[in-house]
Design a binder for this molecule. Sequence first.
Ligand code: SAM
Length: 268
Amino acid sequence: MRLSELLRNYQDRDSKIILAHLLGVKPSQLYLLEDRELSDSEFKRFMDMIEERGRGTPTAYLIGEWECMGRSFELRRGILVPRPETEILIEVLLGILPHSKALRGYEIGLGSGCISINLLLERKKLEMWGSDINPLALELSVKNAKRYRVDERLHVLSGRDFEPVKGQKFDFVVSNPPYIPEIMWDNLPKEVKAEGKEALIGGEKGYEFYERVSRELREHLSDEGVVAFEIGHDQGEVVKSLLEKEGFEVNIYRDYNGQDRVIVGWKY
Ligand SMILES: C[S@@+](CC[C@H](N)C(=O)[O-])C[C@H]1O[C@@H](n2cnc3c(N)ncnc32)[C@H](O)[C@@H]1O
């Protein structure tokens, strides 16, 4: 079958991403191949993947990678698929971190490593420590860091919250933690559930991570240190008051839908 014919029937974004992956090009380059005939095996692989997606497997797991800030990160089932909202967290932090200073940062919950690796690529004097409770996330973070040649500046550690960096201080702490309340799990779409409960569910209230971690922040941040968290759209006020209680000056940033999405706290 000719590619142009197939594209007429599969016009959605994910079908194009799958096709581009199979043909080894970027989705934006598919139009260059419109006259190309697909072999029977290419056509079958495409149809198999479309079916698998229909059964609830996220496209990111089918193709084994996903983009964050225009860079591709290897992914596997059970690891959070990078979201556009997380790019806001990265951008906000980049707006704060100077190029000229040698900085130390700590990320809680690396997942694919997309936050730390993007920061390291944009700030050459930065050194990051990052942790996760999921061994697969640690493995993928190392792989992705090697792919972008920042592995010497990313120290990947196993453990929860601040446990792996006891006694250490950082210039900033960043996290996109699990923040969905437990009660919402049953109603999440199948493809979201495939990302795993420990990546998504924050506890009964959803904001338990921020409650725990905010209590330990001051001792792990240098003077004038910064914390940046992604938050749920309805968690701005609660996380703001948690950080203010610990002596932080706080700013909240909104996402493309005008909802609270990122919170930054300055230690003073
Ligand atoms: C929402 S995902 C974020 C992944 C990645 N940073 C991103 O933004 O795409 C949260 C990650 O934190 C890990 N995690 C959950 N609770 C944690 C904790 N208390 N300490 C360290 N990692 C944790 C999960 O395994 C998961 O990989």
